[in-house]
Design a protein around this ligand. Structure first.
Ligand SMILES: [Zn+2]
Length: 326
């Protein structure tokens, strides 16, 4: 066993350390850097790497990292865990999807593996990619619906058997695994290109930030991450299982008109629906109907818009076309 080094964080076997992956400096002189928590087990084993706040308006993953950090004891671990509680710090500070000061490479989840001599956020992606590719055995990217939506427990994985195995290792409550055929531009894409596995996990969003909801999202995410650690025998304990897994593809349903988005009051996440079922109405300020949103195929909703005001072309509903069981 040897010291695990991620950026400035150096953890001897059986210890934990905090530090940063340096990127560059900002105009005011402050450093742009990526905070990391490194938890290095006393015994050898795989490394599970968790990334939160790839999008700055998705803080559920941060609270998840805090929970996971608080319960792990490196002296009892076989393998290691790297937690990135906030990957895109300027976006987090602005509570926006991307760094508002970088309009050229705004969406961090579209620009991986980044560029050493690229735009600001491309450089951040590059610094992250270099460490991730070298150190991680498995990567979990945590996302949510952010400012615009709420997403229920959903995983995106490639159709590779090993990626599906990682997705299934999230355990109880994580029975929807949608296909991302050829991941591009994201941390899981970096893992894929390196012949390793990464998944995107979604839970939460702006309409679930009440104290109860926010803590529930963080707890469910942390339970999933800890289950992955049990599954790969990094920590002791019997992993749970969802028992049944459905798969399919995502349809992002966009607003056909601008107005006020009013979802049907009877809608339930991840319940079977038929093609043509009514999802929502878009009305004008007088309450008159402008458009109806209906399901494009048999399937289920896994995410819904959080903000009722909507512009033409904005996300309204995240719909899963179910293609079978895994
Ligand atoms: Zn996201």
């Amino acid at each position: 066993m040897s010291e695990l080094i991620v950026g400035t964080a150096k953890a001897a076997p059986g210890t934990r350390a905090r530090g940063v992956i340096p990127v560059t400096n900002l105009p005011g002189g402050r450093a742009l850097e990526i905070p990391v928590i490194v938890i290095n087990g006393a015994q050898p084993g795989p490394c599970v790497w968790v990334d939160a706040v790839i999008h700055g308006d998705e803080p559920e993953g941060t609270l998840c990292c805090h929970r996971v950090d608080s319960v792990l004891d490196p002296k009892k671990m076989n393998g290691s865990v790297v937690l990135v509680p906030v990957l895109n710090v300027p976006a987090f500070e602005a509570a926006q999807r991307g760094n508002p000061l970088d309009t050229f490479s705004y969406d961090l989840n579209r620009i991986y593996p980044g560029k050493a001599d690229g735009y600001l956020t491309e450089r951040l992606a590059h610094a992250h990619s270099v460490c991730l590719r070298e150190i991680a055995t498995y990567e979990i990217s945590i996302h949510s619906g952010g400012a615009h939506s709420y997403l229920s427990e959903t995983i995106f994985a490639t159709t590779d058997d090993k990626a599906i195995e990682l997705a299934k290792a999230m355990g109880k409550g994580w029975g929807l695994i949608l296909k991302s055929f050829l991941p591009k531009g994201s941390p899981p894409a970096v893992m894929y290109e390196a012949g390793k596995q990464g998944i995107t996990v979604e839970l939460g969003g702006r309409s679930a930030t009440s104290p109860q909801d926010f803590h529930r999202c963080a707890r469910v995410l942390a339970d999933g991450v800890l289950n992955v650690l049990r599954y790969y025998k990094i920590i002791k304990g019997k992993p749970t299982s969802a028992g049944k897994w459905q798969t399919g593809v995502q349809h992002a349903l966009l607003a056909p008109v601008s107005g006020m988005f009013v979802a049907e009051p009877t809608l339930r996440f991840q319940q079977p629906m038929k093609k043509g079922d009514l999802l929502a109405r878009i009305v004008d300020v007088y309450g008159d109907l402008l458009a109806e949103l209906r399901t494009p195929v048999d399937g289920m909703i896994f995410g819904l818009r959080a903000l009722p005001n909507v512009q033409t072309g904005e996300w309204c509903c995240f719909y899963a076309e179910i293609q079978g069981d895994l």
